[in-house]
Design a protein around this ligand. Structure first.
Ligand code: A2P
Length: 278
């Protein structure tokens, strides 16, 4: 495994196991399999409603806590200082961990808090900074934040978010936002790095898969890695999990990268966080 280093020196494995759209029923077995095939970085969220199953799988794996990197996210219904402290505690209880490696604000402008989103994020961030200072959370970050949301947060933040987890795949690179985040020293994490499976039949990706003797999933993931992102592929199939982790003994050429850079987004536009209905 390779690692990226956050601005505070904490290291994150560049491939994590994503658990969005993994049902509670599937989550236990999937995470057990993922840990078994070698993943040491698991990404979940309160909103995925599978933290308890993820936690049980982590415990039952017997893998030492310090060998794991565990991320979860503050749900959209929760904002505020005390409320965020409580939510983090509940997530850690469900995950059966004493500390989190990374805690993220999942969305910047939830429907339930739209009337006060700036203050709401500032209050929640204060709680996250406190947990960070106490060492209960090793790194703190954001997800789905665009520049205007980050600027608003930075107006009162004492700790600059260590990462922004956003939707990134071949065809959707959010270049201006990525450049902005990097300029602030944030790591970029890619969710839906396979376009939720939608880019795997893309003909350019398939051609490059043929050229490199790899699968289209591996090409898509390797592309995001070479763009400098942490990737969080999801699969409930053990063989695919292993395939998605096997990315370090080949490299895409500059020419192949240029072809992938030129792909349009044929999946769907990234949602405007100010208009999400949740
Ligand atoms: P499944 O869970 O049935 O394996 P993303 O990570 O962008 O959200 O994409 C996840 C989707 O891609 C899921 O539908 C998953 O299906 C599918 N998928 C994940 N890895 C692979 C792979 N190596 N080959 C084919 N499909 C994959």
């Amino acid at each position: 495994m390779k690692y990226k280093t956050f601005s505070n020196g904490v290291a994150i494995p560049v491939v994590g196991f994503g658990t969005w759209q993994v049902s509670p029923q599937e989550a236990y077995e999937s995470v057990r399999s993922a840990l078994d095939v070698g993943y040491r970085h698991i990404d979940t969220a309160a909103a995925y409603e599978n933290e308890a199953e993820v936690g049980q799988a982590i415990t039952d794996s017997g893998i030492k806590r310090e060998e794991l990197f565990v991320t979860t996210k503050l749900g959209n219904k929760i904002r505020g200082y005390k409320e965020t402290l409580q939510a983090a505690k509940e997530s850690m209880e469900k995950l059966q961990v004493e500390y989190l490696d990374l805690y993220l604000i999942h969305w910047p402008n939830p429907a339930a808090h739209r009337h006060w989103w700036k203050e709401a994020n500032a209050e929640s961030w204060k709680a996250m900074e406190e947990l960070y200072r106490k060492g209960v959370i090793k790194t703190i970050g954001i997800s789905n934040f665009e520049e205007r949301h980050i600027e608003a947060l930075l107006a009162s933040a004492q700790v600059i978010p260590h990462t922004n987890q956003i939707r990134l795949f071949a065809g959707e690179q959010q270049r201006a936002l990525v450049a902005y985040c990097r300029n602030k020293g944030m790591v970029t994490e890619a969710y839906s790095p396979l376009g939720v499976g939608g880019i795997l039949s893309n003909e350019v990706i398939l051609r490059i898969a043929g050229e490199t003797n790899r699968t289209s999933a591996q090409v898509a993931l390797r592309y995001n890695l070479q763009k400098g992102h942490v990737v969080l592929p999801k699969s409930v199939h053990r063989r695919r999990m292993a395939e998605n982790l096997d990315l370090f003994d080949f490299e895409l050429s500059q020419e192949q990268m240029v072809c992938l850079d030129a792909l349009p987004n044929t999946i769907s536009a990234t949602r405007n966080p100010d208009e999400v209905p949740f």
